[in-house]
Design a binder for this molecule. Structure first.
Ligand code: NDP
Ligand code: OXD
Length: 321
């Protein structure tokens, strides 16, 4: 049987998104299928049945008349949702243990960094100052996670096991052992009012754009040994009102922030985020999608699809995630 061709459209720009690296992994796992790394010189757009993509240009996917499934090579699909010409075929996103584990590492690392006063201790080291401050237990802090999906629920469980008081906020009601679950707009304020460290793992949709703003920060709890609340955002830059974050850090509404994602990436060299003393910045690498794991995941899904089995992790276009 002639297996449909898989096209790779990868426009990441960073080391993890090296198109050649992804091509060699897909060649390994799609042995009897043609895999094209676009732009490729000789191919017929009609032969493309599957596309595996990262940040394709608007309209690029509309050029394939026989496309059957689009595989986004990451978890967040906001860039694809913004393409009004996106073909109306199933869109599958990444949701695998490897990615989830990486994000949980990032969240635990940054929650612990603020809880254990690392910004203060590193500044003390630079100044050769031996001046420990008293350290409170994890149970003194309440960590609130916005987004209790694949990533948020795993991070919540890891933090709970470390002894933090953990809560989460999602669209629909949830029940997770040991986690105080809030949902919907009506319960957002109650969730914020008991949160000392706010972790954001929401998808970027029209509903969530700029949700991380001054109004929201001012509702967070200041009732903890940290004093001012802390923001950790590894969802998407579009979730944050960036001027508000800087102003709130300056006036003490927020005590500190760990930010992995930004409205403009790469972050412009003149951004104040680079040098703000209370910002811990990472270059959108909280949880890389691993070419070994994800090429296998996509190849397995294509096999399932061709065997007539249901695709996994299909995006709901109405919700946008
Ligand atoms: P999921 O779709 O599994 O979970 C999304 C969660 O957000 C769900 O709990 C959902 O609620 C909740 N949610 C969505 N919209 C709203 C809303 N309007 N109000 C309240 N809750 C809402 O996604 P993942 O956990 O897999 O990934 C989350 C995001 O993390 C991705 O979309 C991506 O942007 C980001 N990401 C960032 C990476 C990085 O390296 N920085 C790496 C990977 C992902 P419900 O459960 O009720 O549907
Ligand atoms: C993702 C990402 O969405 O890496 O997977 O940001």
């Amino acid at each position: 049987m002639n297996k449909g061709t898989l096209a790779l459209l990868i426009h990441g720009g960073t080391e993890n998104w090296s198109p050649d690296r992804w091509k060699s992994r897909f060649d390994d796992v799609c042995k009897d299928r043609r895999v094209l790394l676009l732009p490729d010189t000789a191919f017929d757009p009609a032969e493309i049945h599957y596309a595996a993509v990262w940040k394709p240009g608007p309209g690029e996917l509309a050029a394939f008349p026989n496309l059957r499934v689009i595989f986004n090579l990451g978890a967040g699909v906001d860039a694809l949702m913004a393409d009004s010409s996106l073909p109306k075929v199933p869109l599958v996103r990444v949701s695998v243990g490897d990615l989830t584990g990486r994000m949980t590492e990032y969240v635990v690392l940054h929650v612990l960094m603020h809880h254990r006063q690392e910004l203060y201790l590193r500044a003390s080291q630079r100044e050769r100052r031996w001046a420990p401050k008293s350290q409170w237990p994890a149970s003194a802090l309440s960590v609130g996670i916005m987004g209790l999906g694949a990533l948020g629920s795993d991070a919540a469980d890891a933090l709970r096991r470390l002894g933090f008081r953990v809560s989460g906020w999602s669209n629909s009601p949830k029940q997770i052992d040991g986690i105080a679950c809030f949902h919907g707009k009506a319960q957002l304020d109650a969730f914020l009012q008991q949160t000392n460290i706010l972790v954001c793992l929401l998808p970027l949709t029209p509903e969530t754009r700029h949700i991380l703003n001054r109004g929201l920060f001012s509702k967070l709890s200041r009732n903890s040994p940290l004093g001012a609340p802390v923001l950790i955002n590894a969802g998407r830059g579009g979730l944050q009102a960036e001027a508000d974050i800087l102003d709130c850090l300056d006036d003490g509404t927020l005590g500190a922030a760990s930010l992995d994602v930004f409205a403009i990436e790469p972050l412009p060299a003149d951004s104040r985020f680079w040098t703000h003393p209370n910002v811990v910045l990472t270059p959108h690498n909280a949880a890389d999608t691993d070419p070994d794991e994800i090429s296998k995941y996509v190849a397995r899904q294509i096999e399932r699809f061709e065997a007539g089995t249901r695709l996994e992790n299909v995006v709901d276009p109405k919700r946008g995630y």
